[in-house]
Ligand binder design. Structure first.
Ligand SMILES: NC(=O)c1ccc[n+]([C@@H]2O[C@H](COP(=O)([O-])OP(=O)(O)OC[C@H]3O[C@@H](n4cnc5c(N)ncnc54)[C@H](OP(=O)(O)O)[C@@H]3O)[C@@H](O)[C@H]2O)c1
Length: 282
């Protein structure tokens, strides 16, 4: 199968390219300098002779998006639309990576893939628009929502926490946001499994199983670097006064993945233990 990965220099794009390469797929990684996904002519030129186009490019600066929603919309909605249009025209299938931020996080049970979206932030609105645009342009598209990503190929929460744990005697981390920490390598492998299983067009949730707060996750990260988890104190999201609201409950249900006959990603703590050395050493 011939694959194109856009945003290939990003945290997910790097692992996806590597996973495809190692599995012997024909993969064309396109970083931003190879393809600006918001340039219609460049997209039309680049998306040829391909079976699957996975869009890993995105405007991911959640707080900055509040002040420049137009720029975020261009990258998170218009770019994916152009890619999906070009993919469909050439007979390829689009995979659009999306986010838990399409939900407001007010639920208390895991979000099923077909729950109506209700974003509370500019980033979430633009990513939700990207989902709709891709579905409208490519009837065979897969939308794969993920959350709480970490990986060796970019700055991420565990790497920041490991550094802070080395520099300080104590840390204060929020207890009132709950989610599913997810390794970009696991998400990459899930995307490949979904495409190889010829999953029906639709929406899939690509996150680890189980759930934990940022505080609980940090305790495990600190343990991984040989420090005492007791150094991790508690605080609340309100103390940070972030520009964009974050979903308090970011737990996604994996029902559509299972229905496609594809194994979801395993338990978040077990996956962190498998990932820690690579992610913290990266
Ligand atoms: N990180 C998370 O926790 C998280 C959570 C939920 C969902 N997601 C989603 O997962 C996907 C991958 O995220 P990530 O963490 O891997 O993001 P990332 O590391 O920020 O990578 C995004 C990539 O897109 C590139 N890019 C920016 N503008 C572009 C353009 N006009 N054309 C082509 N490429 C462009 C960026 O290049 P530059 O660096 O040069 O700008 C960067 O390499 C995104 O769809 C994101 O919304 C992420």
């Amino acid at each position: 199968m011939r694959w194109i990965v856009t945003g290939a220099a990003g945290m997910l794009g790097r692992d996806l390219t590597d996973v495809l390469d190692r599995a012997g797929h024909d993969v064309r990684p396109l970083g931003r300098s190879d393809l600006d996904i918001t340039d219609p002519a460049a997209v039309a030129r680049a998306i040829t002779d391909v079976d699957v186009v996975v869009n890993c490019a995105a405007y991911t600066a959640v707080d900055a998006a509040e002040d420049d929603e137009q720029a975020a919309f261009r990258l998170n909605a218009v770019g994916p639309q152009l890619l999906a249009r070009a993919a469909a025209a050439t007979g390829a299938r689009t995979v659009q990576v999306s986010t838990d931020y399409v939900f407001d996080g007010g639920a208390s049970d895991p979000y099923a893939a077909d729950v109506p979206v209700d974003p509370a932030s500019a980033y979430g609105r633009t990513k939700a628009a990207g989902e709709w645009a891709v579905r409208a342009e490519d009837p065979r598209a897969l939308v794969v929502r993920t959350a709480w990503l970490y990986g060796a190929g970019g700055p991420c929460f565990p790497r920041t926490m490991a550094r802070l744990a080395a520099e300080r005697d104590s840390l204060a981390v929020v207890t009132d946001q709950v989610g599913q920490p997810t390794w970009t390598r696991d998400l990459a492998e899930l995307i490949v499994r979904l495409v190889e299983a010829d999953a029906a067009p639709g929406t899939y949730h690509g996150t680890s199983s189980g759930q934990v707060s940022w505080h609980g996750f940090t305790r495990l990260i600190v343990e991984s670097v040989g420090k005492d988890p007791a150094m991790v104190g508690e605080t609340t999201a309100a103390a940070f006064q972030a520009r964009a609201p974050r979903p308090a409950f970011s737990v996604l249900d994996h029902g559509t993945v299972e229905a496609a006959g594809v194994e979801p990603i395993g338990d978040w703590a077990e996956r962190w233990r498998a990932a820690a050395a690579e992610v913290l050493g990266g």
